[in-house]
Design a protein around this ligand. Structure first.
Ligand code: CU
Length: 191
């Protein structure tokens, strides 16, 4: 017979173990247009991370890519939706380049993102539309809101390169960081 209490404790222990790690926290300083939708991420963690089974979604609604920036783990499938009553297209001139075609409301096109990098999303029906899919090696990233604050939890202890991307930056910024178990590493960026 299974001892349920011990089983629960064991599960709790496993969860505690899995969540061990440090926190990387900080602020991006700069003009309001530059500190919003910035992606702070650890360039590489020496582990393999399985992509989520659940698809990520990128909608085209009110003639905007929503969300404007979509960070995903390498291998993630992104479903491209059309939430408008007009036809939209999706293409990207980035890296290996793709064009998913043009489709009406209600239809979905999917693409698996197997390679890390920044993919600008464009629509050849509406020249003003622009969005980004950013494909990352690991799940330790944070997308900023208007306040430019970021916090990445449960980072395995180690030394890493922390990167900062934002669409208006000419170049990705980076800093070397050291993460210690159960401690906070504070980092700031100025854009
Ligand atoms: Cu469009």
């Amino acid at each position: 017979m299974i001892n349920l209490k011990c089983f629960a404790i064991a599960i709790g222990f496993i969860i505690m173990q899995a969540m061990a790690g440090g926190v990387v926290k900080g602020t991006i300083h700069g003009s309001p247009k530059k500190i919003v939708n910035a992606l702070i991420y650890i360039e590489e963690v020496n582990q393999t991370f399985a992509p989520p089974a659940k698809h990520a979604e990128l909608d085209q609604k009110n003639l905007l890519f929503q969300p404007h920036v979509l960070p995903v783990l390498k291998g993630t499938v992104v479903d491209f939706l059309n939430g408008d009553n007009v036809r939209h297209n999706v293409f990207s001139p980035s890296l290996e380049k793709y064009n998913l075609g043009t489709w009406p409301t209600g239809e979905i096109k999917s693409r698996t993102f197997d390679k890390t990098g920044v993919y600008v999303q464009l629509c050849n029906v509406h020249a003003e539309m622009e969005g980004y899919v950013v494909v990352l090696q690991n799940p330790f990233f944070c997308l900023t809101k208007k306040d430019g604050l970021f916090e990445i939890k449960d980072v395995p202890p180690g030394t890493y390169v922390l990167k900062a991307w934002q669409e208006k930056l000419k170049k990705i910024q980076e800093q070397k960081i050291a993460v210690t178990d159960k401690e906070e590493t504070n980092v700031n960026f100025t854009f």
